[in-house]
Design a protein around this ligand. Structure first.
Ligand code: PLP
Length: 482
């Protein structure tokens, strides 16, 4: 490492990146390239001799950027957001600079200790129950993604049951969630060896705005108990991926508790909003949960990846995931004086991810972060109103946070024609390059999703997006009449 070269190249790279952000609105939001485009543009093998930074950056401009979908564009409204910010960025830089591999406390004490402190800070911002803080048996940990978070808690819950009932019980273990739960739950079941026929994705509908009904859960649990099966894991969601449905945590938690099930709460997207007192109600009942997860990398100005997981019983995790090879033994770990995060996750190695979250919290402060969230929610509320005032459109589920679910209304059309119209609208809007939205289906309806949450998004971007959607819809509806 030549620090003077780093200084020179680093400055040039920062200039390149700052220029990218400055001109981000000039790119099509959704990349318009065809599959395999890059094969034709890059050589078949790596260079034998060094090339210059200029050459590489020229290729980034000409060959890589056309194949990038610009998640940081202010007109990116697809999926859920993936925030970047100056503070998040600087934290990433510092983490890359130190480049530690913090598997156990001794491998870099500050990495473990800062992570514990920052997750305690965050738990307090969310007003999580005391048991999730690190001073007792609980604590927080940064995972790469919500999918990893759900997997590790499922493994912890599974092993807890199998330790008392024996390994043969595995085939009887049953998992519960709503049919709106993110697909990461099923993936976790696959990896954890849960029989897929024992995964109950309980049906929801518009009568509860796609939230899980406690009666459905109770009924399923009772049926499984009668059949000699073992209910062991419940996943509730606050802010489902399709439509931000909020499961009733307190009532679900009661059922989980009386059946000795592990209760996990997935608030991957909506958790960020719950630092605002007026949105905290959506995680009421979290005190009944065993674990709680939210992605700071979605809507909390923290660059990907940074998924926050809290557990009440950290020993459930470490009993399932600990290893203690000779080459990692050290006095602090042997004396049980420290947390070794390698035992709370799947991989051994881990990055110094708490730095970026710490920088976000310090450089912006909680009040600015709350205003940031509130602004996106206000923009979404305004958009929801505009959609509901346009006779060509309908809002499909009431908006709660910053996602608006809508579609061209089915007036004289049958459902199939209406779905096709909306599919065409999605294609037309996204291929314009002016904005990027995504879709889902709810009760057989093809639904458009517009999620506001990119840091650069302002009112004018939302209004421009709505104008494009209206224009494309009018065009489609007019051509349908002909
Ligand atoms: N849970 C919910 C509610 C989500 O919306 C998502 C992704 O959008 C996930 C889980 C999966 O997130 P990750 O990519 O962090 O695994």
């Amino acid at each position: 490492m030549d620090s003077e070269q780093l200084r020179e190249y680093g400055h040039r790279m920062v200039d390149f990146i700052a220029d990218y952000y400055k001109t981000i609105e000039t790119f099509p939001v959704l990349s318009q390239v065809q599959p395999g485009y890059l094969h034709n543009l890059l050589p078949d093998s790596a260079p034998d001799q060094p090339e210059t930074l200029e050459q590489v950056l020229d290729d980034v401009k000409e060959k890589i950027l056309p194949g990038v979908t610009h998640w940081q564009s202010p007109s990116f409204f697809a999926y859920y957001p993936a925030n970047s910010s100056v503070a998040g960025f600087l934290g990433e830089m510092l983490s890359a600079a130190l480049n530690i591999v913090g598997f156990s406390w001794v491998s870099s004490p500050a990495a473990t200790e800062l992570e514990m402190i920052v997750l305690d800070w965050f738990a307090k911002l969310l007003n999580l129950p005391e048991q999730f803080l690190s001073r007792g048996n609980g604590g927080g940990v940064i995972q790469g993604t919500a999918s990893e978070a759900i997997l590790v808690v499922m493994i912890a819950a599974r092993d807890k049951v199998l330790r008392s009932l024996g390994k043969k019980a595995l085939e009887k273990l049953v998992v519960y969630s709503s049919d709106q739960t993110h697909s990461s739950l099923l993936k976790a079941c696959q990896i954890a060896g849960i029989h897929l026929e024992n995964c109950r994705m309980l049906k929801t509908d518009s009568s509860t705005n796609y939230a899980l009904r406690p009666e459905s859960l109770q009924e399923a649990v009772s049926g499984d108990l009668e059949a000699g099966l073992i209910p062991f894991f419940l996943c509730g969601t606050v802010g489902t991926t399709s439509s931000t449905a909020v499961d009733p945590l307190a009532e679900l938690g009661k059922i989980a508790k009386s059946n000795e099930m592990w209760f996990h709460v997935d608030a991957a997207y909506a958790g960020s909003a719950c630092i605002c007192p007026e949105y905290r109600q959506y995680i009421d009942g979290v005190e009944t949960a065993d674990s709680f997860n939210m992605n700071a990398h979605k809507w909390f100005l923290t660059n990907f990846d940074c998924s926050l997981l809290w557990v009440k019983d950290r020993y459930a995790l470490t009993e399932a995931l600990s290893t203690n090879p000779e080459f990692l033994k050290n006095k602090a770990s042997q004396a049980n004086l420290v947390v070794d995060y390698k035992d709370w996750q799947i991989p051994l190695g881990r990055r110094f991810r708490s730095l970026k979250l710490w920088m976000v919290l310090r450089l912006y402060g909680a009040e600015t972060l709350k205003s940031y969230i509130r602004n996106h929610i206000k923009l979404a509320k305004d958009l929801e109103q505009l959609v509901s005032q346009d006779p060509n459109f309908e809002v499909v589920t009431p908006r709660i946070f910053s996602l608006v679910c809508f579609r061209i209304a089915a007036v004289d059309n049958d459902e199939k024609t209406c779905n096709n119209l909306n599919r065409s609208l999605l294609d037309a809007v996204n291929s314009s390059g002016k904005l990027f939205i995504s879709h889902t289906t709810l009760s057989g309806k093809f639904v458009l999703r517009l999620a506001i949450g990119a840091p650069l998004t302002e009112e004018k971007h939302v209004m421009d997006a709505w104008k494009v959607i209206q224009e494309e819809a009018s065009f489609l509806l007019a051509s349908q009449v002909k």
